[in-house]
Ligand binder design. Structure first.
Ligand code: SF4
Length: 182
């Protein structure tokens, strides 16, 4: 296999789906799309750096699904920054040594790793005593902005004068991402 000096950073769950919030529905299409994208990256001899999953680290495997508003706390942002710190140093080192960082592949729709799309809503409070739980859940909206982790990553890169392309993985984004990194 021919190796290249190209590197892409990917959200943790691109390579390890076990980090995701447990889903109660089959995500067949999405899973196929994820595998196809990973295959394309590997077949094109692009090296992969797996970013940490801030939600799994902070809230564990039994966490509920959240919206961005719930993660937008100083402490969660601090955890995001701490987790990314060693990756920032690696990025600097690779750039200093002539490697090409193709960008960061996040997860569109995620409150943490969304790139062009995240989720917001009036979520919070005790689920068991909420008589309007389905109305609360339905308050979720998708907005064109980054998730908390990606915001902090962008900010930390900016502090070092580094600008990287960012791509948001979604069901229909594979060709666009592939076109951008190929
Ligand atoms: S926080 Fe990011 S890496 Fe973790 S499961 Fe959510 S989208 Fe994936």
């Amino acid at each position: 296999m021919i190796s290249t000096n190209k590197i892409i950073l990917v959200s943790h769950c691109i390579l390890n789906v076990n980090s995701k919030v447990e889903s109660f529905i089959e995500e067949f299409e999405r899973e196929e799309a994820r595998k196809e994208l990973v295959k394309l990256i590997i077949e094109n001899n692009i090296s992969i750096i797996q970013l940490p999953c801030p939600e799994q680290i902070m809230y564990g495997s039994k966490r509920w699904g959240h919206v961005k508003d719930q993660f937008d706390t100083p402490h969660f942002r601090r955890i995001c920054r701490e987790e990314f710190k060693t990756y920032l140093y690696q990025i600097q080192e690779y750039i200093n040594n002539g490697h090409e960082i193709l960008g960061i592949l996040g997860i569109d729709g995620s409150p943490s790793c969304g790139v062009s799309l995240t989720c917001r809503g009036e979520w919070g409070g005790e689920l068991g005593s909420n008589k309007n739980l389905s109305r609360t859940i339905d308050s979720i909206i998708y907005t064109e902005e980054k998730g908390i982790f990606i915001e902090e990553i962008e900010s930390m890169l900016g502090e070092k004068g580094i600008k990287l392309d960012m791509f948001g993985f979604s069901l229909d984004s594979i060709e666009k991402i592939y076109g951008s990194i190929n």
